[in-house]
Design a protein around this ligand. Sequence first.
Ligand code: ZN
Length: 282
Amino acid sequence: MMALNSGQCAVNTATLGFQCPIEQSIDAIAAAGFGGIAPWRREVEGQDVPVIAKRIRDAGLKVTGYCRSTYLPSPTRGGLLANIESNRRALEDAAILGAQSLVMVVGGLPAGSKDIAGARSQAADGVAQLLEHGKRLGVKIALEPLHPVYTAERSCVTLLSEALDMCHHIEGSVPEPWLGVCVDVYHVWWDPNLARDIARAGREKRITGFHVCDWLVPTQDVLNDRGMMGDGVIDIPSIRAQVEKAGYKGLTEVEIFSAQNWWMKPVDEILRTCVERLASSV
Ligand code: ZN
């Protein structure tokens, strides 16, 4: 397989540990030769969004995904509606940023609930309502299934097959889907049906994002101890080959949450290492 160059890749700004304002992240990511950026709402909301959008464009960067949705499931109907509304506003900012998609992490169990089926059904309801808004704005919704360890608190959608089923349930089979999935190696690498489901995602034209990092052994923290590509146990080149064979032509996005290691290093060093590892280990 061809080594990836940074122009074929994007950096999710969480990788830089939110050490600097978005403007500096944009400049540093562009200077390192990357082709895209995935900003977070915490860096964008309350700011002058068109100005940030212009800075990204002027730097020559694409926006792969805007991170991320407000969790949908709520103990009350009013709460669900408020969460949907919050995501409508995020879709509007995503449109201004020129983002290809809003990354949709659907949320886990509502506080006090043991009703996982109910949470999934609320998530599907919410995504269905947001889809039309996204279409009008020209922003895709990219469902990201998370590793099952996050089911309670972050995502009641854990398998790639579940995310694809949800897309199909909501949108049906359409030639140009607006509802897609993000394949994040950290979340799906262990799935015995991964090859089957990546191929299916390709046939259904749903692959909207491809995120890379690594799974460290032992892991200190399932949230904030992700590894740099090549430092863990995920066969990233094999998953990349499957995603490309399935027809994905978008950017490969680096997304590393690493509170005790990478986030403590200077931004330029993090980016330099990403460039090297994208070429050698992805
Ligand atoms: Zn991801």
